[in-house]
Design a protein around this ligand. Sequence first.
Ligand code: HDE
Length: 712
Amino acid sequence: MSKESGNNKSTAAGVDAPDKENTSAKLDDLERFKSDATGQALRTNQGVKVADDKNSLRAGARGPSLLEDFILREKITHFDHERIPERIVHARGVAAHGYFESYDNHAKLSKAGFLSEKGKQTPIFVRFSTVQGPRGSADTVRDVRGFAVKFYTDEGNFDLVGNNIPVFFIQDAIKFPDFVHAVKPEPHNEIPTGASAHDTFWDFVSLQSEATHAVIWAMSDRAIPRSLRTVQGFGVHTFRLINDEGMSKFVKFIWTPKQGVLSLVWDEAQKLAGKDPDFHRRDLGNAIESGDYPEWEFGVQIIDEADEHSFDFDILDPTKIIPEELVPITPLGKLVLNRNPDNFFAETEQVAFCPGHIVPGIDFSNDPLLQGRLFSYTDTQLSRLGGPNFHEIPINRPVCPFHNNQRDASHRTTINKGQAAYEPNSIDGGWPQETAPAAKDGGFESYHERIDAHKIRERSPSFSDHFSQPRMFYRSMSAPEQTHIADAYSFELGKVQRPYIRERVVNEILANIDLDLAGKVASHLGIKPPGKASVEVPEFEFQRSPALSQQTLLPDNVKGKKVAVLVFDGVADKSLKETLDLLARHGIHSMLLGPTSAPVVYADKKSIEVAGTIKGEPSIAFDAVLVPDGSDVVACVLGSGDAKHYLYEGYKHLKTIVLMGAAAGLAKELSLEADAGLMSGPSLSGLEQDFIAALKAHRTWSREQAADAIPA
Ligand code: HDE
């Protein structure tokens, strides 16, 4: 991101001229977005060449416009209809193309073609999203993230429409409109945007205790991811895989990022929402652009049919997880994102996912939430995408041929030929014809599950324990993670206006999860801490699942991390060069930030361009802050409120901070205590091991108490 300009010609002011090579490289990069109409005449949608696109047709230069101006009317009419309804939930999203690669032939587990060969690649499109906020809301709000994957398989599209948390807020689809009405901005004033910290949400979830497990995940660090590259993905429901002999096993689908499961800290998330509302989109787009392709391992937890009832919970209940310690994850393949969309609207906005899009080898379970979803997604596209032909939009089209007797309707683009749009027919030789189910390449056949039941409206009693898994989740967290959960409940409930809702959450929900958690939140809210749970929560043998803590999900390398390097006039060229080389060797992206946009002058009087300013590129957007050696570095930092704030803020957010050479003096001047993440020494190479270890750990949690003392 930085480029030395030591060889450039000096200007009259004595500072080297801006690096032209660098600027033109940036411009070349932007050329990628060149219109595909390059060299083409501007025409109307009817193909007529336009002679004047600047002036509408008028009766005289100062006279009224004429209705006959078909060019103006066509342009304005099209513009008037440019927007389509945004998604009711998951409106704010960002997407990328990539591929899925199977690790092996998994035919013994599923006959799905995309899992049938080692190394077989299937194109995919992934859309990440927040749930609550509208299309223009901020990326870093506290919320669940959608993780929707479209596999364009040889046998049709398979959509795995999941989230970054493994459980959902309700058990039955009939409660979904209620849940969404409660979490969305309140109807009288449309506040708050992108947040669940308000009365209606907490009113609903405290009355509907089945929400407790999903809510504690939403109050954990999982709901404020550092990057969309650092989220896990879950299919949530139990599905079935059907093998080449027609045998079924139950499975849970899980995506695990190679980049680690990492989060922001709450103060950072809130600040980013204002300073860079596009933080996550930008991060994903830039990573792919610079070749740091994010990667996830795709795995399944497999449950034999015979074991369906052998757990302390019901595997059809979407508010429960199957702890990995009970059923480990079997890896099936990997997902790599390697291409940004060319057009946000055509791809990211128009993509239509549906849990009902499955292929032979996969089938549904009877999870009542999943069953309701099978209806909702196609239905919503009718109004969002304007009719039943949305499968013809390029991003939604299967890559395999698809012929059937469905015809016409709005936005039909296929020109079907022939007279027989019905089955059976003899006019067209009976085509298109059915394909019998088979181990390979057969037609889709639903699993022959035997059902013998009464038609009733009844929740299975096996769905009735709402607290033992939230309790297990809380107990599985590290101490800092537990503190963050208590802080998040306290923050959210602090925004709730009605005292009786706050009290209900503490006494009837939190007390049943953990009395210590309830006590901490109660004391923040000024409520009497509850002395006992309000319901009897079963104490199962299995009480902790270490795999749930993010501390067990750290990355094994630091590739793609972003580091701010603060430079001032007098910076030692050797120190800087060594620093940048070391960072590049580890695949870490560095950004040189100066006090202004002007090039910074080295100790040897040559100059170097900066990529941004200390004020303009806040520490919250980086994983670490580095200050190289320099003759005046201490005076420069101490003389600048922005530079001091930079280091304080990085320290407060538990980031890795490296002070080199003379910059080491800053620790004492700013009263920042050395710890595993705050290091100083003559050069970065002398600290390489500690620096990389601190970056991998993502935060210096042991600093949390000291950091609390620093003003935000
Ligand atoms: Fe969705 N959900 N949902 N949902 N959902 C939608 O579909 C719905 C649920 C999820 O990037 C909508 O095309 C119902 C669970 C994602 O385009 C809508 C129920 C999970 C996305 C809809 C659920 C999800 C959606 C809105 C309860 C995690 C974004 C626009 C029965 C497993 C997909 C649209 C994208 C989107 C309905 C519950 C994930 C309204 C009725 C559980 C990731 O159809």
